[in-house]
Design a protein around this ligand. Structure first.
Ligand code: SF4
Length: 349
């Protein structure tokens, strides 16, 4: 699929937009100033494949903590600021790689200008984040409530304000909890600006439902070539957000990292404990960062054939299984050794 052409900005050392790979973001749910817990969570997220992390900065202690947090993590840090321009400035001074603000919430033009001036000094990009729940009253009245027009024109006002201050290191998000509205809003803004777009369906819900909503919303936009970085919002462990985000990208061939598992749904021919095997494989293969497709199939009749596209795989039998590579059988192994053997083969690839 052809990606929409956007400008490239740098969030720390990670490019966003242009032809850069689409990145997965998440947000910590620790108290940011609890440096130990925040660093621990960010490290877990890094391990799960998170490319950029965001954290709420609610007071000066949070802002100050950024300096220490950044010393202990390897991915760029975005400070999420609501209302107080002084916190945005403190976040920049303490080393934030990007700010997420809603200029409409910051107050007077002079306060916004102060933030922009600090960002300019260090080339720190700003995400203009408009949510369907926080559109200014005048836009709601003018455009007849919460819809793609009130969202887009509200974002455009904020973008134009930052541009008028001579700054264009911008990315934009327009999140709604309604999937159709999210799609319409991003589609519309992409006709007006070429800044990189941060995609998300906000307040998507608990893990199972939120995963589906996000996959439909973000997946639809990505398949239209829209979107440069994504964040899945789930009520749950943020590690799940990263897993889901990566899987959405992978399913559209937009992630060239880590292992993709293909597995069959099982049927009356399945003679091994395939469901347990796949669950175990998922856990054990998570840390291997090779761009491989691994098939785990229930039977030797259809297994290798159905998974010809896979780089390597297993086809289960009665108490044993076959290991195959690119559809060709390479060895027969007892059931309880199948996974160990598969991992050995993957490590040797
Ligand atoms: S691969 Fe074999 S066991 Fe799995 S669904 Fe297909 S036929 Fe059934």
């Amino acid at each position: 699929m052809e990606r929409r052409n956007t400008r490239k900005i740098m969030v720390g050392n990670v490019p966003v937009g242009g032809n850069s790979p689409i990145t997965v973001q998440s947000m910590t749910n620790t108290i940011t100033k609890d440096i130990h817990s925040t660093v621990r969570q960010i490290k877990e997220l890094e391990k799960a494949g998170c490319h950029i992390i965001r954290a709420a900065v609610t007071d000066f202690e949070d802002a100050k903590a950024i300096r220490e947090i950044k010393k202990n993590i390897s991915i760029p840090f975005i400070a999420d600021i609501q209302y107080d321009y002084r916190l945005a400035i403190a976040a920049v001074e303490n080393g934030a790689d990007c700010l997420r603000i809603n200029p409409g919430n910051i107050g007077s033009k002079s306060k916004v200008r102060e933030i922009i001036d600090r960002c300019k000094e260090r080339n720190i990009p700003i995400r203009v984040g408009v949510n369907s729940g926080s559109i200014k009253k005048e836009y709601l009245e003018k455009y007849g409530g919460v819809n793609e027009n009130s969202m887009v024109y509200s974002a455009l006002e904020q973008i134009r304000l930052i541009e008028s201050m001579g700054y264009e290191e911008i990315k934009v998000s327009l999140k709604a909890s309604s999937v159709p509205l999210t799609i319409k809003a991003y589609e519309k803004i992409s006709q007006f600006v070429d800044y990189p777009l941060h995609l998300g369906v906000t307040e998507a819900g608990p893990i199972w439902k939120g995963t589906i909503k996000s996959a439909v919303g973000i997946g639809t936009l990505l398949s239209m070539g829209i979107g440069d970085t994504i964040r899945i919002s789930l009520t749950g462990d943020p590690v799940e957000e990263v897993r889901v985000g990566r899987e959405i990208l992978r399913s559209l061939n937009l992630l060239n990292e880590g292992i993709e598992i293909i597995s069959c749904p099982t049927c009356g021919r399945t003679k091994i404990r395939l469901i347990e095997l796949v669950e175990e494989a998922e856990k054990r293969l998570e840390g291997i960062n090779k761009p491989l497709r691994v098939a785990i199939m229930g039977c030797p009749v259809n297994g290798p054939g159905e998974a010809k596209e896979a780089d390597i795989g297993i086809a289960g039998g009665q108490g044993e299984g076959l290991i195959f590579r690119k559809g060709k059988i390479i060895k027969k192994v007892k059931e309880d050794l199948l996974l160990d053997e598969l991992i050995k083969e993957i490590e040797n690839l």
